[in-house]
Design a protein around this ligand. Structure first.
Ligand code: GRF
Length: 217
């Protein structure tokens, strides 16, 4: 049974979607803790009410990025995690921290990577004039938003969309995609080969049910 630790910085709606799926679908895994770098992260309230241990490791208490990541790593490792889930954890991570969790740390990014890395992805998509957009779950590597892709959800960009309408459409799919991927990992259906490649079990590979139809798709 895998130990899972989730890191958040704010709203925590992806964490919430994962917790709900974990409970409803009775996954065989342990949700050990939700950890935030901000004491005021709204998601901490949901996690605590759901009975999951919560912890705050504030970046303000540490002199630099290295010291913070070392402290965070020490806290995470008390839970002996098999999987560390970044769910809106708004920190740039040091290479040492990332490498410590190679093959067992995942992130969700609100774009179809490798397009639109970094911030303001929905604005970037609208400005680029793309017809489809979406979200990507990937293993975390030292290259920001550059790790190997596990799965993606695709949504149309519709005429009249602004950043907010597009963000809402993507977020709804994030809430389907991320729990599904986490469940796959708890079931050992996702393997990280170590050479920047991800192998999916036959019964999930090629699944296209994350393409949301509309806008000509
Ligand atoms: C999501 O859009 C996620 O893709 C990005 O940050 C946002 C976090 O939202 N990494 P929430 O905190 O999960 O509600």
């Amino acid at each position: 049974m895998k130990n899972i630790v989730i890191l958040i910085s704010g709203r925590g709606s992806n964490m919430e979607a994962i917790v709900r799926a974990f409970r409803q679908e009775k996954w065989s895994a342990r949700l050990c803790a939700v950890i935030s770098n901000r004491a005021d992260a709204a998601g901490l309230v949901f996690a605590a009410e759901a009975g999951i241990p919560t912890q705050v490791v504030s970046h303000k208490d540490y002199a630099d990025r290295e010291a913070y990541d070392a402290a965070l790593q020490a806290v995470i490792d008390t839970y002996e995690p098999d999987l560390v889930i970044l769910a809106g954890f708004m920190r740039i991570l040091t290479t040492g921290f990332v490498e410590h969790y190679t093959g067992r740390m995942i992130n969700i990014h609100p774009s179809l990577l490798p397009s639109f890395r970094g911030l303001h992805t929905h604005r970037q998509a609208i400005e680029a004039g793309v017809r489809v957009h979406g979200a990507t779950v990937h293993f975390v590597t030292p290259e920001l938003d550059g790790g190997p892709v596990i799965a993606q959800a695709v949504v149309p960009v519709l005429p009249g969309d602004d950043e907010d309408t597009l963000a809402d459409r993507v977020l709804a799919q994030e809430h389907r995609l991320y729990p599904r991927v986490v469940r796959w990992i708890t079931e050992d259906k996702v393997s990280y080969t170590g050479e920047g490649k991800v192998v999916l079990a036959d019964d999930i590979a090629g699944s296209l049910d994350f393409v949301v139809k509309g806008g000509g798709l």
